[in-house]
Design a protein around this ligand. Structure first.
Ligand SMILES: C[S@@+](CC[C@H](N)C(=O)[O-])C[C@H]1O[C@@H](n2cnc3c(N)ncnc32)[C@H](O)[C@@H]1O
Length: 290
């Protein structure tokens, strides 16, 4: 009898541990275990991400690229930053828009997601730059971009409020912010905001006229504009906006290494960042304490 009870107890313990591991690593995508685990999981999962998501190009046009182009009309050549770009969903949607003549910079901390982004986007458009760096400290000056986006990602950040503030910091006054609010909150308690909380957070960061729109099963789209006005910035060379994460100076120069790779040299502190054969610029070694 005591043997059977022992087996039942062991089965129960195993079941509970298994369910806990499933919830921590799969259902909530590592979000309760910190940034390193989240990024490690995205690195592991990068090769399957697009198949699992199955984004449909025509919906991406209708719900992402066209509304963004409408928001900046009659301009067509914005400087765009897509934070937590993943496999390049937003840069690809814009690249496929027939009127888009801008430049998109996609940043993410998962190097493998970015590698897949280059494979998805570069066959369509080379006016996209991918940079490996954290959303929490973006390597750009204040008031730089005409459009800043961050899709399906805030809930995976350790400090989403600080990341939202960082998105607003690099957006120029009058520029457009597009982000998302997760509405499927079942398996991520405490990690998501209600629509009201999200709009409050936007206000706190200087984003006005916030509005949440019904979109997908799991997410609402959330729009706003940065308080104030400034002239449309448009496309500019990367050298003129990229800031060294080590010394905070804005004097990076691209140095070709050969036919397929190059590096970026900071003329302020002498540190270098590699651009791999796939073209992704990896700034992570330049972050202190990374
Ligand atoms: C669900 S995916 C969304 C990707 C893309 N925006 C999309 O809509 O398909 C979340 C992305 O956030 C990235 N990410 C998570 N935490 C990050 C951080 N602190 N800094 C930069 N990227 C981060 C992950 O690597 C992953 O690519």
């Amino acid at each position: 009898m005591s043997d059977i009870l022992g087996w039942i107890a062991a089965g129960l313990v195993l079941g509970i541990v298994g369910a806990l591991v499933w919830w921590l690593l799969i259902a909530s995508e590592g979000v309760y275990m910190g940034r390193r685990v989240v990024i490690w999981l995205y690195d592991l999962y990068a090769h399957r991400y697009e198949d699992v998501k199955g984004y449909m190009p025509e919906y991406e046009q209708l719900f992402l690229a066209e509304p963004l182009m409408d928001a900046i009309a009659p301009e067509t050549a914005p400087l765009v930053l897509d934070v937590a770009t993943g496999t390049g969903r937003l840069p690809l949607a814009l690249a496929r828009h027939p009127d888009f003549a801008g430049h998109t910079i996609g940043v993410d901390l998962s190097r493998r997601m970015l590698h897949h982004a280059t494979r998805s986007v570069y066959p369509y458009d080379h006016r996209v730059t991918f940079i490996c760096c954290p959303a929490e400290r973006l390597p750009f000056p204040d008031n730089t971009f005409d459009i800043v986006t961050c899709m399906e990602a805030l809930e995976f950040m350790t400090s989403p409020g600080a990341v939202l503030y960082e998105l607003a910091r690099v957006l120029r006054p009058g520029g457009v912010l597009l982000t998302t609010q997760r509405i499927n909150t079942r398996l991520m308690p405490g990690k998501t905001w209600s629509a009201g909380e999200m709009l409050e957070q936007l206000e706190r960061c200087g984003i006005e006229n916030g509005k949440a729109q019904v979109w997908q099963v799991d997410y609402r789209k959330v729009w706003g504009r940065k308080r104030g006005e400034s002239p449309f910035g448009g496309v500019r060379p990367l050298e003129s906006i990229l800031r060294c994460p080590h010394c905070d100076q804005q004097c990076f120069r691209s140095q070709p290494d050969g036919e397929r790779s190059s590096h970026w040299l900071c003329e302020g502190c002498g540190r270098q960042a590699d651009a791999g054969a796939d073209g992704v610029i990896d700034l992570t070694p330049l972050y202190r304490g990374h």
